[in-house]
Write a protein that binds this ligand. Structure first.
Ligand SMILES: [Zn+2]
Length: 223
């Protein structure tokens, strides 16, 4: 078995959603004493929606399921990657784009995980472009995916619905209101994009009790 990593790393002051707290990593113990009594350890300060992470319905829906209420099996399944790297900055992903980039027969998408590759994962930096101008999944396309009874949807940017409100909130509402989970901050290498589809996808969340989402390590499994 081989695993292809789809995650974005976390480090001190790494790029993240600009409306969330800045990521802070502090080394609180190190081996500087150079004896055998030392340890190395870090203290992290960041939102639960930082780096590669899953959104549970609770993130947007009052009373919605938390990440610890969702069965682990839901985060392992067959995925299709929609190659949308042709999109321009600020461009809305529409049903027509998805129709073009995914298998044509609607029933094939049932229970599948749909991963949106915009190329923005490669642009991850504290720039105006990455913060505010990523392509985004529009409400119409989110409805199109829900109608096809998909299981989850992922994107290679910190927000599936982009940076602008209320637009981003509407996209989250359509997906999370239908109990379709979301994974954000993926990164697609050329190797990942070349994997025969559907491919087996894993993204097990850290067990954050009653939280609205959790960090995870998304991978594609290949033979
Ligand atoms: Zn999130």
């Amino acid at each position: 078995m081989k695993l292809i990593d789809l995650s974005q790393p976390i480090w001190n002051h790494c790029p993240n959603c600009p409306t969330h707290p800045l990521v802070r990593v502090e080394v609180i113990a190190d081996h500087s004493a150079q004896n055998d009594l030392t340890w190395h350890m870090e203290r992290l300060e960041m939102a639960s929606h930082t780096g590669s992470h899953l959104d549970a319905p609770l993130h947007k829906m009052p009373g919605g399921k938390s990440i610890s209420q969702m069965p682990l099996e839901t985060f392992v399944g067959q995925a299709f990657i929609a190659d949308l790297r042709f999109l321009a900055a600020d461009q809305e992903i529409t049903p027509a784009h998805l129709q073009e980039a995914l298998p044509q027969e609607p029933q094939v998408l049932g229970d599948k995980i749909i991963l949106l590759a915009t190329g923005w994962g490669q642009k991850r930096a504290r720039t105006d472009e990455w913060f505010y101008h990523a392509p985004f999944l529009g409400r119409e396309a989110a409805l199109w995916l829900v109608e096809r009874k998909i299981r989850g949807v992922g994107i290679d940017h910190y927000s599936v619905g982009g940076a602008l409100e209320p637009r981003n909130g509407h996209t989250h509402q359509v997906l999370l209101g239908a109990e379709v989970w979301i994974i954000e901050e993926l990164k697609f290498s050329d190797e990942a994009l070349a994997v025969p589809q559907p491919a087996r996808f894993w993204a097990l969340p850290i067990n954050l009790k009653d939280h609205s989402g959790a960090w995870c390590r998304p991978v594609l499994e290949v033979e």
